[in-house]
Design a protein around this ligand. Structure first.
Ligand code: CMC
Length: 443
């Protein structure tokens, strides 16, 4: 397959006038270099701080820490900007399709027509799963959460595709990344079919990526299934919007797992585990549960009040983001898609009315305004997905499917970094100092 890659850096970080750290206790000064990327905040380079001063930095949750250098995705949370390789998410979701965005994330440039065709062909011809994996699925309980199945099956891929696990071989790395992107829709659809007791549906090579996924999920062997083009387009757009989001929890997990030299299938399984939590990918599932719990527009005020009460653990799911302190640009695109899908399906969805009312009230409330808490991507995705017929338990699986390209693109970028090191954070130890062992009869 012919591929144009721009893996060479667009620009190396620029060294700026440094920072001086004053250690009053020791009466010493240390100069720290400051580095600037092409956009975004400049960073204080503390790589040599411990060696030079004996101090660590302390930053639980990485509130102020850049963990790597990357050229894939840029977010300006204050302005609500998300760009992949320089292209805005709004333009990509309007003019591009998911596989083109995958190519862009992986190889740095939008493909030519020839490159696009070759890439689509390669992905299409990797969509089938090793037949033996069907038995692997059958080992799970039918009522297992689809994410539990997915994390297990994706981890097991390294046992089935062992010939693409040598991370030092560029050809094997390329094969593994394409296999992961190609096989995730098949795995996601199979988790669903398994949970409802229907036969697995094999992929079809004459369908697009999104169409094929809908076909594997919703068709049955006993009758013809015609993919609705409006739903296929909405599905493709949902995939684009979830494709990458720089160094979020699951991507950082993939990078951390990969930093030890683990194979990409194992690393992506780690990413899926991290995505599962309700503070990350599990939030769209939580949004629908919350809308169900609220039940009626008249009760929105009561729930907004609860969300503001520090003694109540309830939070408005689908609101707030570690990085966006403005409207999440992905939520704006999804809000529009949501109306298109519901119109196509002629669905009068009370949950959408409730969501719009909740958004209106929260956006006018001082608590949310002061803390810059806006709807995030999960706020609308659950409503579209449920209108399309996906059960709530499959929402995070769809997020994992779409995010796989981001994980593998970031993993690939990390592997190629010449100065790449194993991720090994340090700590402030607050436990016991050394103490003598006590025999069991003395405890
Ligand atoms: N409802 C009510 N209050 C909130 C919410 C919320 N959804 N989110 C944040 N706050 C408050 C929080 O209580 C805190 O208030 P105070 O300053 O008075 O203590 C302040 O806003 C800052 O919150 P934080 O928890 O320190 O912010 P964070 O950056 O650590 O958390 C978050 C970000 C996304 C985990 C959080 O906003 C949240 O739990 N949101 C609901 C879950 C959700 O929608 N998650 C999806 C995230 S987007 C998808 C993805 O990228 O995975």
């Amino acid at each position: 397959m012919s591929i144009t890659t721009s893996d060479a850096p667009i620009a190396k970080p620029e060294l700026r006038e440094g920072f001086t750290l004053i250690d009053h206790a020791k009466g010493q000064k240390y100069d720290l270099p400051v580095l600037a990327g092409t956009e975004g905040p400049t960073v204080i380079d503390v790589q040599h701080l411990y060696g030079d001063t004996g101090y660590f930095t302390y930053d639980p949750g990485y509130m102020s820490t850049a963990s790597c250098e990357s050229q894939i995705t840029f977010i300006d949370g204050e302005k609500g900007i998300l760009r992949h390789r320089g292209y805005s998410i709004e333009e990509l979701s309007e003019h591009s399709d998911y596989l083109e965005v995958c190519y862009l994330l992986l190889y740095g440039e939008l493909p030519t027509a020839e490159e696009k065709a070759a890439f689509e062909h390669d992905i299409t011809y990797h969509t089938m799963l090793h037949e033996q994996l069907h038995y692997f699925f059958r080992g799970f309980r039918r009522d297992a959460h689809p994410m539990a199945i997915m994390v297990g099956v994706v981890g097991a891929l390294s046992a089935f595709y062992h010939e693409s696990t040598d991370i030092h071989d560029p050809e094997q790395r390329r094969t593994a990344t394409h296999q992961l992107i190609a096989k995730m829709p098949t795995i996601a659809a199979m988790t669903y079919k398994y949970s409802i007791g229907q036969p697995f549906v094999y992929p079809r090579n004459d369908l697009s990526y999104a169409e094929n996924f809908l076909h594997m999920t919703f068709s049955v062997p006993s009758e013809d299934y015609r993919v609705n083009p409006v739903l296929a387009r909405a599905m493709d757009r949902i995939f684009i919007l979830h494709a990458d989001h720089e160094q979020n929890a699951s991507t950082s997990t993939v990078r951390t797992a990969g930093s030890s030299g683990a194979n990409p299938f194992a690393c992506v399984a780690a990413g899926i585990a991290s995505l599962w939590g309700p503070a990350h990918g599990g939030a769209n599932e939580a949004v629908l549960r919350m809308l169900d719990e609220i039940g009626h527009k008249d009760r929105v005020g009561e729930f907004v009040k609860r969300a503001k009460d520090k003694d109540d653990p309830f939070r408005l799911m689908g609101f707030g983001h570690r990085v966006y302190k403005n409207y999440d640009p992905r939520a704006a695109v999804l809000r529009e898609s949501c109306h298109e899908v519901l119109a196509e399906l002629h669905v009068d969805n009370p949950q959408l009315d409730l969501a719009i009312e909740l958004e209106r009230i929260a956006l006018e409330d001082d608590y949310f305004v002061e803390r810059k808490l806006f709807p995030n991507v999960d706020f609308y995705s659950g409503i579209i997905l449920s209108a399309m017929g996906f059960p709530t338990s499959l929402f995070t699986v769809l997020f994992a499917l779409a995010r796989t390209v981001g994980w593998v693109a970031q993993w690939k970028e990390m592997i190629k970094e010449p100065a790449q090191k194993i991720s090994r954070p340090r700590q402030i130890y607050t436990g016991y100092r050394q103490r003598p062992f006590r025999a069991i009869e003395e405890r």
